[in-house]
Write a protein that binds this ligand. Structure first.
Ligand SMILES: NC(=O)c1ccc[n+]([C@@H]2O[C@H](COP(=O)([O-])OP(=O)(O)OC[C@H]3O[C@@H](n4cnc5c(N)ncnc54)[C@H](O)[C@@H]3O)[C@@H](O)[C@H]2O)c1
Length: 254
């Protein structure tokens, strides 16, 4: 098993990619701390991991809240005694809102969940990992973090921030035995669009963002992203650090 007895924290574990990562990591022997803002879905995923013979505890945590992030990481150490893998996966969309329409409220919410949350979790996790002399961080970025208009202004900026953070942490702490990488998924069939709420189909933001959608060979399944996360979380990727793996069926290769 690729993660035998590794202690892994996964945010946004109640749905989509985070859920599939939890199930896969659980099957691979990890001891899991699963975090989400939704207690109901979290409980279901924890139960499913345990039904499969895995080990998991759920923590209700809003990654935009410093005290929740602290508690989430403390739970890993207090429950299992260490922290080997941190997956910053929780994220929200911005309804493809272009900058002329973005409110401060939307901008701050998206940045705080998608970018500040991962920074705080990494800030809290690193001293533990440095002390151990090893640790792995996996961030779920997006092709929106590599290109200019796959989403709205706030989402695009937040995911570019995640890519920059990934590279910075990867290089800065490489000599401490830490690896930090990101995944840039293309379109993946999850609940993220539904959770973002109704969109104005005629809006500039949506029309412009969708103008390249025809080049997308296909959407992916969350389980296909979970397999990339497993690669990055495990020793299989021991020489991979400070970089981004795109998983998009070739959408951005055009
Ligand atoms: N689905 C896609 O097409 C796609 C593409 C590229 C990147 N991503 C990224 O993948 C990641 C996972 O998204 P998904 O598509 O699986 O979506 P999803 O909506 O199915 O799952 C996201 C989970 O995160 C949780 N969450 C939301 N806000 C949170 C917060 N503040 N604190 C803790 N948990 C929170 C939600 O409750 C949900 O369970 C996100 O970072 C997203 O930006 C998604």
């Amino acid at each position: 098993m690729k993660l035998q007895d590794k202690v892994a924290v996964i945010t946004g574990a109640g749905s989509g990619m985070g859920k599939e990562m939890a199930l896969l990591f659980g099957r691979e022997g990890a001891k899991l701390v699963l975090a989400d803002i939704s207690q109901a879905t979290l409980d279901q995923v924890v139960a499913e991991v345990k039904d499969n013979g895995g080990s998991a505890v759920g923590v209700l945590a809003n990654v935009a809240k410093e005290e929740d992030v602290q508690n989430m990481i403390d739970t890993a150490v207090n429950t299992y005694g260490s922290l080997d893998v941190l997956v910053n996966n929780a994220g929200i969309m911005d309804k493809m809102t272009p900058v002329t329409d973005v409110t401060d409220e939307l901008w701050e919410r998206v940045i705080s969940i998608n970018a500040t949350g991962p920074m705080r979790a990494i800030r809290k996790a690193l001293p533990i990992m440095i002390k151990q002399g090893k640790g792995v961080i996996v961030n779920t970025a997006s092709v929106g973090g590599l290109y200019g208009s796959r989403a709205g202004a706030a989402y695009t900026a937040s995911k570019h921030a995640v890519v920059g953070l990934t590279k910075n942490v990867g290089f800065q702490y490489a000599d401490a035995g830490i690896r930090c990488n990101a995944i840039a998924p293309g379109g993946v069939e999850t609940n993220i669009m539904a959770d973002a709420g109704d969109m104005n189909m005629e809006s500039r933001g949506l029309k412009k963002a969708m103008s390249g959608a025809g080049f997308n060979p296909r959407n992916g399944q969350p389980s296909e992203i979970a397999k990339v996360a497993l690669f990055l979380a495990s020793d299989d990727s021991s020489f991979v650090n400070g970089t981004v793996i795109t998983a998009d069926a070739g959408w951005t290769a055009y």
